[in-house]
Design a protein around this ligand. Sequence first.
Ligand SMILES: O=C(O)c1cc(=O)[nH]c(=O)n1[C@@H]1O[C@H](COP(=O)(O)O)[C@@H](O)[C@H]1O
Length: 276
Amino acid sequence: MRFFERLADRIERADSVVSVGLDPDPDRIPSFLSDADLPRWAFNRRIIDATHEHAACYKPNAAFYEDADGWRALEETVAYAAGKDVPVLLDAKRADIGNTTRQYAEVLERVDAITVNPYMGRDSLQPFLDREDAGVFVLCRTSNPGGSDLQDLELDSGEPLYERVAALADGWNANGNVGLVVGATTPEELAEVRAIVPEIPFLVPGVGAQGGDAEAAVEHGLAAYPGVDVDVGLVNSSRGIVFAGEEAARSDDEATYFGAAGDAAKRLKRRLNRHR
Ligand SMILES: O=C(O)c1cc(=O)[nH]c(=O)n1[C@@H]1O[C@H](COP(=O)(O)O)[C@@H](O)[C@H]1O
């Protein structure tokens, strides 16, 4: 089964397009978990227990796992999410020259999908694109303030670079496995990219902690996919869900802390579903 078919299945079962970002910043892991063997894994396991009913996917960002214990924590996390039948999208923003990128793409043996960076061009993405069953989300218009520095640059044709990336990604989609990353912080660009690629699902980060537009994320982020009954796409929130417990009363109480994460995921799911 292709990634977007598996994702559609999950979206239907959870009635949700929420991507729960697993970004376990070590400085914010609650002190009651600091003695755990792998605090990031202990944290993620509890987050998954609290949120999986509302999760269309989990999106661990590789930056939070790039040390020896981190890789172990990530491995445990991926296996645990799979056990709950929730796809995992590794946010690694990868791509490189041929032999290197072939190694990078090996990670798709262990996760369902990945984010990739188009800056080095098609050959740097080919080994990912060749994995017919995996999802490959190409950065297009990112949510950060500096996203405009390069991505908005106008080409000779008059189009901004991010629009060219969208058009190129359409051409890279022979296997029906390409998605685009377009931030919720730039709703007009979301609409523009959607007009260029009516059939490519988006990963829309930037709602929650970055204050992006959740309604526009749903309106433009989802796309019909051949052979499935629901529109497909993902709207991600990381800190707004996993650290919701910091604001809960008695947040040093484990049940309250992780209950708040579950509530935050459920609230986001309902908010997004109002616009689906
Ligand atoms: O590729 C991404 O997921 C991504 C692209 C982008 O344009 N903006 C963006 O915030 N992200 C990621 O989405 C997550 C957002 O986290 P929060 O701001 O805490 O919801 C982080 O893991 C970011 O790296």
